[in-house]
Design a protein around this ligand. Structure first.
Ligand SMILES: NC(=O)c1ccc[n+]([C@@H]2O[C@H](COP(=O)([O-])OP(=O)(O)OC[C@H]3O[C@@H](n4cnc5c(N)ncnc54)[C@H](OP(=O)(O)O)[C@@H]3O)[C@@H](O)[C@H]2O)c1
Length: 330
């Protein structure tokens, strides 16, 4: 089986390539410099170089920096909306059996009275309401994929995989940044906006889901929307609670001294206030896992392995990788 992974140099892309290889697939993962998903000629060349019709195509490429998307929505649109449309069209044209497109919880802004209530995949029409340029362009990407696949032959599937607050081995995320800060200076000031409730997710768990979807093991006959997140208790979902728990795990691992795990301040009332060039964040965008991924690992176990791998300390587990992303520090 052959997979063609776009965005293979990113956090999710690297993990997806590893997961496909571990599952016995042949993988082509052209880096951004070799394949621009927003350039139809470049995409065609990448397909041709990978043998024409792979068994699965995965889109992990994106403009993923939320604040950078806010500053340059046109650039974000190119990567997050135009690119997915071009990839989907090429998959449909060639009859690629399975296309997996990675998307985000930021297509939602749970700006109602229950921001911490998990959102099911079927709630899309009711709740979809992106709060910033990143979310708008990612939603446009989802809609473009669906539109292109309306023309697909029977047996040609597409999966839209929404996930949130990623962490993993491929690059540093907010989790690694705060641990490095406190390792260097146990008293370093940390302040986060309140709210921003999300489920934390390891790129490793997401990658396993991507391989399962590419293999056709899940999803409907023609594909559909999947929510893939790790188990995250209600009191662990706010940005501040997430950072506090990450630091606690780092202290337990001996990566930072015990006294470096405290003093994470919370500012603001709902985490959505625009401050300078910082994009609005959803108050809550907790995804309810879809049926095929309803038994996920606990994010804290995944984080423990992730930090142990990155900071090279022993951990009593066979797990290996991890990284987060998304939110910026206040
Ligand atoms: N990180 C999170 O917390 C999070 C949360 C929810 C959903 N997601 C979604 O997960 C997916 C992967 O995110 P990630 O965190 O892995 O992002 P990432 O680490 O920033 O990786 C994205 C990759 O895409 C590449 N890329 C950007 N524009 C491209 C283009 N036009 N053509 C080809 N490649 C391009 C980037 O290359 P350059 O570095 O050269 O630009 C980078 O290698 C995205 O769909 C994102 O929306 C992420």
């Amino acid at each position: 089986m052959k997979a063609l992974v776009f965005g293979a140099g990113g956090l999710v892309g690297q993990e997806a390539v590893r997961a496909f290889v571990a599952d016995g697939w042949l993988v082509a993962g052209p880096p951004h410099g070799a394949a621009d998903i927003a350039d139809a000629g470049s995409v065609r060349a990448a397909f041709d170089a990978a043998g024409g019709i792979p068994d699965a195509v995965v889109n992990c490429a994106a403009a993923s920096n939320v604040d950078a998307c806010e500053r340059d929505e046109a650039a974000a649109w190119r990567a997050n909306a135009l690119g997915p449309r071009i990839l989907a069209a090429e998959c449909v044209r060639r009859g690629v059996p399975s296309f997996v497109h990675v998307s985000t919880d930021y297509v939602f802004d749970r700006a109602d009275e229950t921001p911490e209530e998990p959102i099911g995949a079927a709630d899309g029409a009711e709740f979809v309401a992106p709060a910033n340029a990143y979310g708008r362009t990612k939603l446009a990407g989802e809609l473009a994929v669906v539109a292109e696949f309306r023309r697909a032959a029977p047996g040609v599937r597409h999966s839209l995989v929404r996930t949130s607050r990623l962490f993993g081995a491929g690059r540093d995320t907010i989790a690694d940044v705060v641990v490095r800060m406190r390792a260097a200076d146990p008293g370093a000031a940390l302040r986060f906006h309140s709210g921003e409730a999300e489920a934390a997710t390891s790129a490793r768990w997401l990658a396993r889901a991507i391989v399962a979807l590419a293999s056709g093991a899940t999803s409907g006959e023609r594909g559909g929307v999947e929510h893939v997140v790790c188990a995250t208790a209600p009191d662990e979902r706010s940005k501040t609670a997430y950072v506090r728990t990450v630091l606690k795990i780092a202290a337990e691992l001996g990566v930072i001294p015990p006294e470096a795990a405290g003093n994470v301040a919370e500012v603001g009332d709902d985490g959505t206030a625009m401050r300078g060039e910082r994009a609005f964040r959803p108050r809550g965008s907790v995804l309810l896992p879809t049926a095929a991924f309803s038994n996920p690992p606990d994010w804290k176990d995944e984080m423990r392995d992730c930090l142990a791998g990155k900071f090279r300390v022993g951990v009593a587990s066979s797990r290996t990788h991890c990284s987060d992303g998304g939110g910026a520090m206040a």
